[in-house]
Every structure is written in structure tokens, then in C-alpha cells.
Design a protein around this ligand. Structure first.
Ligand code: TXA
Ligand code: MG
Length: 354
């Protein structure tokens, strides 16, 4: 059931559903979320059931921008290190999730049993309208401090960037607030703030360079930390993050990443086969590339990848879904450039091809 976010009664409906312990489809600037009251463990259990996601995978809790997000953070988090505070003031509301030590007894199911909690203040007017109304509880009612929301797709599949994507996987009974196509298109950057210095758990549109500039500390990667752990410098192992499972974000078709030269060679070979056999003309392979192809055999469905990382992120998941819908069996993708601004897109494509 798709509800127009511009209509005040849609917002009110979603607020009432969350208060009653139900699920909603929530637009954000990154991807659509499948949301429930983060303080209601039974409601959160419905998210895991609907997604088919293991219950020990922690969810991100979305908070209202009131007071810069600080009242809600104080509700869920035990302690906020100074560098995390700097990141909140630099990037919230925005596509940055902070993992913080959890206040015992709060958001237990949302945290998947971890002693930490992932918090993010989304930069989308419809999400904020819902969060604000939940936060400002009517007289006599407790505030709802946050909405636990993973991406609104079945476990392991491509994240949704439109209300129609959500409806196709989790509809038709789910109320989905339609706030238009997501501006950014890939999930938030996740920084673990529980280990003394910032650790990048998932790259996103906010780059590690931006994080370092905002807090004045070097951002470690999980791999670096694991190397340190084997040297005995850091005892704690990385927390589970389902976004770090290799086979995440996979379309139905098989994805292969190739550089421009290998891609052209593969296409050439295919052309030979096609012309010799005179096979049928329905495309069976999609190509998503920045570098123009010299020849495009009939077997190929070609879509140009933008030259710009942000523009590619914006259309990436919809493009993968579109390829699946067209019935191709293979998706050949030109490897994105090895630069910082492409890190988020590169990460999603590597997982899609794993
Ligand atoms: O952009 C986004 O972050 C989207 C939108 C809806 O906000 N949400 C999203 O949620 O991507 P999800 O559940 O698909 O990804 C959550 C990621 C997972 O990799 C999860 O393991 C990690 O965040 N995470 C959440 N809480 C955590 C915690 N306490 N400790 C470690 N990782 C955590
Ligand atoms: Mg997800």
C-alpha cells in the first residue's frame, strides 16, 4: 500500500502504525527502510521475520533531528566519545551511521543482542516528519525514541531506492511512505565508535577522507584492525555486520566485474558467436560501462555508467533491478575507478559479484 509522503494523513497513518507496533516502509536519502519502534522488541521481531534476516544481525536505529539528535542518542547510547560527537555535528542529519556503546536494556532486539547500537539521523523530510511526531508524544504517552530500519528488501537482495521496489518485495499490505527516489542511492557510511578511534565498517557516500577531516583522526578499516588483533594490539574482534557478508546486494543475474579492456574482449568474442550462430535477438547479457563499446552485439543490453560516482550510486540499485526485470542471465560491469569517491559503489559491486 503506497502512501504519498506529501499528504499529512500519510505521515499520521505511519506514526499510528509504528506506535501500534506495526511495520512501515520509510523513505530516506540513502535507501528505503523497513521500520518499527526500536523500543518495542516484539515489533522489531516482525522486521526480522519479514526480511528473512537472522535475528542476531543488528539493525540501524533512525532518530529525530530535534536537538541535533542528541536527546535520542542519549536515550540509546551509554557513552559518546568526542570524535563521535564531532561526526554527529558535521554530518547529521545525513548518511552516516555511528555504532555506539548501548545503554543496557534499551533497543535490545534492534541491536541483535550486541552491546552496541547503530544510530543514524536520516536527511529526508518525510522520515523526519514521522520521527518528529513519534518523538513528540501526545500527553500521557511515552515518546518513541527511534525507528529500527534495515533496508526494505528481502535478506541478501538489492536495496530498494523507490517505493515501488519496496512494494514489489514486501507489499501489498505494508504501508509504504512514498518520498520519491532516494537521492543518494547506496546505504549510509557506518563508523564504529566503540574502539577508541573511528573504524570504517561500511563505505558510503560520505567518504573516509570527509570523516577524517571532520574529526581530525585517522579512520581505520576493519581489516587493519583485524591485523592489529592478530598482533595482540587490539583484543576485540569486529562486530558482525550483515553488510559485510560477501554475497550481499546480489541481483538474480550473475554479476561479473571487468576492466574496460577485458569487457571489450568478452563482447567481441560474443559478437563472433552471435554472427556465426545467428541466434535469437533477445539480450541475455547486460553491460554497464563507462567506456563506450566499439561494437554492440544484439545479445547485449547496454546501459552507460555515469562518469561521476554520486550519479552512479544514485542509479546503481535501480539499474541492477532493471537488468533482472529484463531477464538477462549475466551482468558485465566495468570496474569503477580505484579512487576514494568511488569506494561505496565499488564495495556494493564487489559484493554483488561475489
Ligand atoms: O542507509 C542505511 O543505512 C539504510 C537506511 C534504511 O537507513 N539502512 C541500512 O540498514 O542499510 P541495514 O540493516 O541493511 O544495514 C545495517 C548495517 C548492518 O551491516 C549491520 O550489521 C550494521 O549496520 N549494524 C547495525 N547496528 C550495529 C551494531 N550495533 N554493531 C555493528 N554493526 C551494526
Ligand atoms: Mg541491507
Amino acid at each position: 500500500m503506497i502512501l504519498q509522503a506529501s499528504a499529512p494523513e500519510s505521515i499520521a497513518d505511519c506514526v499510528a502504525t509504528v506506535r501500534a507496533g506495526g511495520l512501515i516502509g520509510l523513505p530516506t536519502e540513502t535507501v528505503y527502510g523497513l521500520g518499527a519502534d526500536a523500543g518495542n522488541d516484539a515489533a522489531v521481531a516482525k522486521i526480522f521475520a519479514a526480511k528473512g534476516r537472522p535475528a542476531d544481525h543488528p539493525l540501524i536505529v533512525h532518530v529525530s533531528a530535534q536537538g541535533g539528535g542528541i536527546p535520542a542518542v542519549k536515550h540509546f547510547a551509554d557513552r559518546v566519545p568526542p570524535f563521535a560527537q564531532q561526526l554527529m555535528s558535521a554530518f547529521w542529519p545525513g548518511a552516516l551511521t555511528l555504532i555506539l556503546p548501548r545503554r543496557p536494556g534499551v533497543g535490545t532486539a534492534a541491536a541483535g543482542g550486541q552491546d552496541s547500537i547503530g544510530l543514524r539521523c536520516p536527511d529526508h523530510p518525510a522520515a523526519q516528519a514521522v520521527l518528529r511526531a513519534l518523538h513528540e508524544a501526545p500527553a500521557g504517552q511515552e515518546p518513541v525514541w527511534g525507528i529500527a530500519a534495515p533496508s526494505a528488501n528481502r535478506f541478501g537482495r538489492v536495496s530498494p531506492t523507490t517505493a515501488a521496489h519496496v512494494d514489489s518485495e514486501l507489499g501489498p499490505d505494508l504501508p509504504i511512505l512514498d518520498g520519491g527516489p532516494c537521492n543518494l542511492g547506496i546505504e549510509s557510511t557506518i563508523i564504529d565508535c566503540t574502539r577508541g578511534s573511528p573504524v570504517l565498517l561500511r563505505p558510503g557516500s560520505i567518504s573516509r577522507l570527509q570523516i577524517e577531516q571532520a574529526c581530525g583522526q585517522k579512520v581505520l578499516s576493519n581489516e587493519e584492525l583485524l591485523t592489529q588483533a592478530t598482533r595482540g594490539l587490539e583484543a576485540e574482534m569486529a562486530p558482525r555486520a550483515s553488510g559485510t557478508l560477501e554475497s550481499h546486494y546480489a541481483p538474480n543475474a550473475t554479476v561479473r566485474l571487468m576492466d574496460a579492456k577485458a569487457l571489450q574482449a568478452a563482447v567481441n568474442m560474443l559478437g563472433d558467436v552471435m554472427y556465426k550462430s545467428g541466434a535469437d535477438t533477445k539480450p541475455t547479457i547486460a553491460v554497464y560501462a563507462r567506456t563506450p563499446l566499439k561494437t554492440v552485439p544484439l545479445a547485449i543490453l547496454l546501459r552507460r555508467m555515469p562518469d561521476d560516482a554520486a550519479a552512479t550510486a544514485h542509479q546503481l540499485f535501480a539499474a541492477l533491478r532493471g537488468f533482472d526485470d529484463s531477464g538477462v542471465k549475466l551482468i558485465w560491469i566495468e570496474t569503477p575507478p580505484d579512487t576514494l569517491e568511488w569506494e561505496g559503489v565499488r564495495d556494493r559491486l564487489q559484493r554483488a559479484s561475489a
